[in-house]
Design a protein around this ligand. Structure first.
Ligand SMILES: *[C@@H]1O[C@H](CO)[C@@H](O)[C@H](O)[C@H]1NC(C)=O
Ligand SMILES: *[C@@H]1O[C@H](CO)[C@@H](O)[C@H](O)[C@H]1NC(C)=O
Ligand SMILES: *[C@@H]1O[C@H](CO)[C@@H](O)[C@H](O)[C@H]1NC(C)=O
Ligand SMILES: *[C@@H]1O[C@H](CO)[C@@H](O)[C@H](O)[C@H]1NC(C)=O
Length: 551
């Protein structure tokens, strides 16, 4: 797992974490009830399957099937074709059809969960997405339905196309927010149905569960999550500039946002996601008319970005206590673009697959043609540098799926600017040696200045020394319940500054910040000014004031 070729991996490998990880997985007390239930599963499952085998009875199906000739194989997910590590799923005639990935290539497609519908409703489905143990379907009224697929068990044979469904227990829900007890009350006040956004570009189901086991934070600490997992639905909006996500533990539906790359100005054509890793692409043409592409990935879910109030997270980079997440979390990683030589070109159909433990085990795929004009897909491991191409002879790609020659030759499209700089700030109390300049950089009024924005205070001291202090925000519990949009803000002074000998710097650190690196602050966005002030220790109150731009 300690792979030399992981050149894009943003965190260090700390081998001592494997010990921590084993200890936690096997000894953490509050996991024991879950372990018991898992064990019970492990014992009862084979028995269940065995009894099915012995009775030689498979589930009564409607008998309706679609031949492999009618729905060919696919390697990249689309709105109507999805795959996880066990099954292929498609939406055809408003219903979900599926077959095991391990089945014979000539195996036919069967209706998922007996009739391919969402329980008793016969509302036609238009889209499907799957990952880990989760499956999602969007119906023609734009309602999102979600279910677990881990109690669907099939028997396949490698040398014969016949296959059987042994067990199929699927419980669909379109009610979002399932927290026991609380949900009963909260859902009384707020319609719990999750709807997709109008004209969304992509929707993706994500499940980081036992198959990925843990993730590593930016200091190399491993966070095992073997039994519960994180379920997230990501959605890319109509112009490709905003990513919203919903998590069944959050009552606020798609009211959670991940800022897109390039300070929120990247415009994605499509988005895919798997096990909490989001994957974006944009194709364009440069001034010579040559096709170019820009690709980003980021491992980010509600837990990893530190917004879950139930999981401890800290900005203290020296914290070594197991299970306390070091934040900020992984930032957007710009992936090497796919070089398109000779006849090579791309579609916007992309996939990301979870292929093992840790967020370093994801495979990225982009459908297209290689330099010889052969159909297939480009692929690579997420943190590797080099893209490879897999030729698929029977893949059919319509000409209109390729980037048209008529795309303006002006490079990459960008969305509107959402983060702005505020200059000429003032600071209270005054320091003996005045500041040359005080700027609040990349501040957005959109609300959550979550990692992707890199908001910071920049203080230029009177001899030119530049002090950059990140301003981070996290969700508060009130915003999770949809009561308010208040954030929990923190100014975090990088520890390196405290080790420097600069006298003016020392003065600022002592007089304003009392030699402490982390400061909880309030950020007030008033009509005429933005005010940043510390929460505690009013004895040492500081205030940064920035004039709001009048439009
Ligand atoms: C690519 O995605 C689009 C939109 O989902 C779909 O219509 C098309 O069939 C896909 N192409 C291939 C070759 O799968
Ligand atoms: C489809 O199958 C499910 C599971 O057996 C059942 O609950 C549901 O009533 C069926 N729906 C229709 C429309 O037949
Ligand atoms: C900041 O101050 C400088 C010089 O005093 C001035 O030129 C500039 O317009 C001011 N900027 C803003 C945003 O007020
Ligand atoms: C801050 O640190 C400096 C050393 O850099 C020390 O002299 C000073 O007493 C400290 N001040 C406070 C308030 O802790």
């Amino acid at each position: 797992m300690n792979d030399e070729s992981d050149v894009l991996r943003p965190y260090p490998i700390d081998s001592s974490q494997d010990k921590v990880f084993r200890k936690i997985v096997f000894a953490k007390r509050d996991l024991i009830p879950r372990i018991t239930s898992i064990l019970l599963h492990i014992i009862t499952y084979p028995l269940m399957i065995l009894s099915k085998f012995l009775s030689k009875k498979s589930i009564n199906e409607d008998g309706e099937e679609k031949s492999f000739l009618e729905i060919g194989p696919f390697y990249v997910s689309t709105r109507t074709n999805a795959m996880d590590s066990k099954y292929f799923y498609v939406v055809r005639d408003g219903k979900i059809w599926f077959k095991p990935i391990a089945a014979h290539p000539h195996a036919s497609w069967k209706l998922f969960n007996k009739n391919g519908s969402i329980d008793n409703t016969k509302i036609p489905l238009i889209s499907v997405s799957a990952d880990g143990d989760n499956i999602l379907a969007v119906d023609q009224n734009q309602i999102i339905h979600y279910a677990k697929s881990n109690e669907v068990i099939c028997e396949v044979s490698f040398d014969c196309p016949q296959w059987k469904v042994l067990e199929s227990r699927v419980k669909w829900t379109e009610k979002w927010f399932n927290m026991d007890g609380v949900s009963l009350i909260v859902n009384l006040f707020k319609n719990p149905i999750l709807k997709s956004l109008p004209n969304y570009r992509s929707i993706a189901m994500s499940h980081k569960g036992h198959d990925t086991m843990y993730y590593t934070d930016m200091k190399g600490k491993k966070h095992p999550d073997p039994y519960v997992g994180v379920t997230t639905i990501y959605i890319l909006n109509d112009d490709g500039t905003r990513i919203f996500f919903a998590d069944p533990w959050l009552q606020n539906k798609f009211d959670n946002e991940l800022t897109t790359p390039e300070d929120g100005q990247f415009k994605a054509e499509t988005m895919a996601a798997s096990a909490s890793t989001v994957f974006l692409i944009q194709r364009a043409r440069n001034e010579y008319g040559k096709e170019i592409n820009k690709i980003f990935t980021r491992f980010a879910d509600f837990d990893s970005i530190g917004s879950n109030p139930a999981l401890r997270a800290t900005y203290n980079q020296n914290n070594i206590i197991p299970l306390i997440r070091i934040i900020p979390s992984e930032d957007w990683i710009e992936q090497p673009s796919i070089s398109l030589d000779e006849k090579a070109r791309l579609t916007k159909n992309i996939s990301i697959l979870q292929i093992g433990w840790g967020q370093n085990n994801r495979q990225l795929r982009v459908q297209g043609q290689n330099h010889l004009g052969q159909n297939g897909y480009f692929f690579k491991n997420i943190y590797h540098a080099k893209w490879n191409f897999q030729v698929i002879n029977d893949m059919i790609i319509d000409e209109d799926e390729f980037s048209s020659e008529s795309v303006p030759h002006t490079g990459f499209e960008r969305g509107p600017q959402i983060a702005f700089d505020y200059e000429n700030g003032s600071l209270q109390p005054n320091v003996i040696s005045p500041l040359q300049k005080l700027t609040l950089e990349k501040f957005s009024h959109r609300g959550l200045n979550e990692r992707g924005l890199h908001t910071k205070l920049v203080l230029v001291l009177n001899h030119g020394f530049k002090l950059s202090i990140p301003l981070y925000a996290r969700r508060g519990w009130k915003s999770l319940l949809g009561i308010s949009h208040e954030n929990i803000w923190k100014l975090v002074i990088p520890l390196e500054y405290f080790a420097q000998d600069d006298l003016y710097l020392k003065e600022i650190l002592e007089k304003i910040f009392h030699n402490r690196s982390r400061h909880s602050v309030y950020v007030y966005e008033r009509k005429d000014q933005i005010l940043i002030t510390n929460v505690y220790f009013s004895r040492y109150k500081f205030q940064f004031i920035f004039k709001n731009k009048s439009n």
